[in-house]
Design a protein around this ligand. Structure first.
Ligand code: ARG
Length: 321
């Protein structure tokens, strides 16, 4: 008997990727290895791993990529002052190329012929995965079940029931969200109408400014060569510093962003973001530059920041020299 081909699937444990495991087996007759990547939000990875095996993965891998994410993606973006269209600190956009790289590495290590992701055909994320993966590994085939299967969300839930795939209804949300240490992205549902004020339930990391404490809170950040190294006089590693600032700034309603954005695929889209640490650190870094950069250096920096943000947004980090 010939061995089945393998595919490595980027797996979050949500409805789409759970259904994708079974759908790939049925449609492509391939063995599925799942890859779950922690980029600093420390979800219940063991439960996610067990669920992947339950739904039929032959192997379920979990990788903690938090340090790599901070050192190679977040800090360079902060130093570059990279805010897409002057607003979005690019959390999702920075995470995708790292997922692409880990998918490719895992596929090579396990002799897989393909990699797979759970993106639909509407957003930037599919473009980022496709571009990132093809740049690093043109030989790998890419399978994107949610782009191919043509099921509505209700049909997916039915498919899951028919195939005995347990789904976690507590994770069901009226929005499409993505999160990592650098921020949380919220889109779809009621948010698509820019006239609608985002309902409070769209937010998870920040309080409404009206609920924030009356007393202001001060933070003192130390930078070395553009990288934050200490908070309130205490040296801290990047991930802890960002986590701490997400908590403290989020409590004061800092970090909510409401932005109509030009997507890679040519459409405009209303996006909500929560990025307390990113907003705070970009502001602090800008202030530092205001006292250290000359006028020509500042003007140059502004143009480079915009260019860098576009490169990140379009997932061209692996191709731009
Ligand atoms: N518009 C943002 C971006 O392109 C956020 C994407 C969020 N992804 C998601 N699946 N909800 O980076």
């Amino acid at each position: 008997m010939t061995e089945k081909q393998k595919v490595v699937l980027a797996y979050s444990g949500g409805l789409d990727t759970c259904v994708a495991v079974r759908w790939i087996q049925q449609t492509y007759d391939m063995d599925v290895v799942t890859l779950t990547i922690d980029m600093g939000t420390h979800e219940d990875l063991e439960t996610i791993r067990r669920r992947a095996l339950q739904v039929g993965a032959i192997k379920a891998l979990v990788v903690d990529a938090t340090d790599v994410f901070v050192d190679y993606f977040i800090w360079p973006a902060l130093r570059a002052g990279a805010l897409y269209e002057g607003a979005y600190p690019l959390a999702t956009a920075l995470g995708r190329p790292l997922v692409a790289k880990l998918l490719v590495d895992t596929a090579r290590r396990h002799g897989a012929a393909a990699v797979a992701h759970g993106c639909t055909g509407k957003g930037n994320d599919q473009v980022r995965f496709d571009v990132g993966i093809k740049t690093l590994a043109p030989e790998l085939r890419i399978i994107a079940p949610a782009r191919e299967w043509d099921m509505t969300r209700d049909e997916e839930i039915e498919y899951a029931a028919r195939n005995n795939i347990e789904i976690d209804v507590t994770r069901k949300s009226p929005y499409s969200t993505d999160e990592n240490l650098w921020g949380r992205s919220i889109e779809c549902g009621a948010l698509e109408d820019p006239w609608t004020e985002p309902p409070e339930d769209a937010y998870a990391w920040t309080v409404s400014p009206g609920q924030a404490p009356d007393e202001p809170e001060y933070v003192e950040i130390e930078f070395e060569r553009g990288i934050p190294t200490a908070l309130d006089g205490k040296e801290m590693k990047g991930p802890e510093l960002i986590q701490e600032l997400n908590r403290r700034a989020g409590r004061h309603g800092v970090g909510r962003i409401d932005h109509i954005e030009n997507r890679v695929v040519g459409i405009k889209s209303r996006e909500i973001y929560e990025a307390p640490a990113a907003v705070l650190l970009h502001a602090a870094h800008r202030e530092l530059e205001s006292i250290t950069l000359t006028r020509p250096a500042m003007r140059f920096k502004e143009s480079v920041s915009t260019a860098y943000a576009d490169v990140v947004y379009d997932c061209l980090l692996y191709t731009s020299d």
